[in-house]
Design a protein around this ligand. Sequence first.
Ligand SMILES: Cc1cc2nc3c(=O)[nH]c(=O)nc-3n(C[C@H](O)[C@H](O)[C@H](O)COP(=O)(O)O)c2cc1C
Length: 325
Amino acid sequence: MGKLSVNYLGLALKSPLIVSSSRLTSTLGSIKEAEDSGAGAVVLKSLFEEQINQYINTMQPTHSYPEADDYTSFYIKSHSVEEYLTLIRRAKELISIPVIPSINCYTSEGWTGFAKNIQDAGADALEINVFFLPTDRKKSSAEAEKVYFDLIEKLKKTITIPVAIKIGYRFSNILYMIDQFYMRKVNGVVMFNRFYEPDIDINKLDIIPASIFSNENERRMVLRWIGMASAQDIKIDISASTGVHSGADAVRYLLAGANSVQVCSVLYDKGIPFLKKMNSQIETWMDNNGFASIGDFRGKLNYRNYKKPIVFERTQFMKYFSSED
Ligand SMILES: Cc1cc2nc3c(=O)[nH]c(=O)nc-3n(C[C@H](O)[C@H](O)[C@H](O)COP(=O)(O)O)c2cc1C
């Protein structure tokens, strides 16, 4: 393995850069391009829990005849699930880097048994992208968190390949959640997903989608939590996601303690081959700083290793409000 090699979810990656789940990983052509451009692994575009549940229902021989329109939608959904399994099989034949399928899910009902089909198709690991927006003010955060735990427990009973959970950062206590994932034998946590958010067009007086692509400033929401999570005394891998637009950004997350770094928006902007440049930027930085391997500097600036860990805890702008510091 070369000097950019890392271990993530027990898989040997030749680069810490992973192309994250999106349309960029939805075809064999783009997946091959990712490998040729130096990606360490690919996370396939997500399959939705609803698609899987529809698929399971259409497979039931006792199911009553659906109406024609429903039938069409059922067919399309089952078809896309079959296509997804084919994509995994073909990707495994075509490329040698790890192939990590992804499922968007928000309940533990129905779909989890299907993960076995993904494993049987040859997946190296599974990433689950779990999120549901709490919209019920009567529902406690503990109830919401339990959904994550139930789901993981069911999944871990179904499959033996490594599981990574992709989460958002809106938890009362992220470190508690990660600890609970670890206790349930989750192998990795992807920090963090970036969600569809609404915006307002004041000229049209309408709700419009906010930009789906990230910028580098969004790193600020991620760095602290990677620095804190990687310093915990637990063996759970971390994959950074959101705001990685250059090799330097990847280095920042690795210094904070990430095991791998996922890349999406910048590749929509600059094309998948930009990964080559990012890898060479990381190598140049390592050469300039005397690091022979990623392991030599990974986590060097996390909460445990940094000389003033208090900076990770600081949330208020003391410097601007007082004469001290
Ligand atoms: C167009 C687009 C489609 C995406 N689709 C998915 C998806 O299907 N599943 C998923 O887990 N994340 C999806 N994401 C989120 C990305 O995988 C990634 O986590 C997010 O964009 C943050 O990374 P970035 O800052 O490098 O863009 C998508 C992002 C974009 C921009």
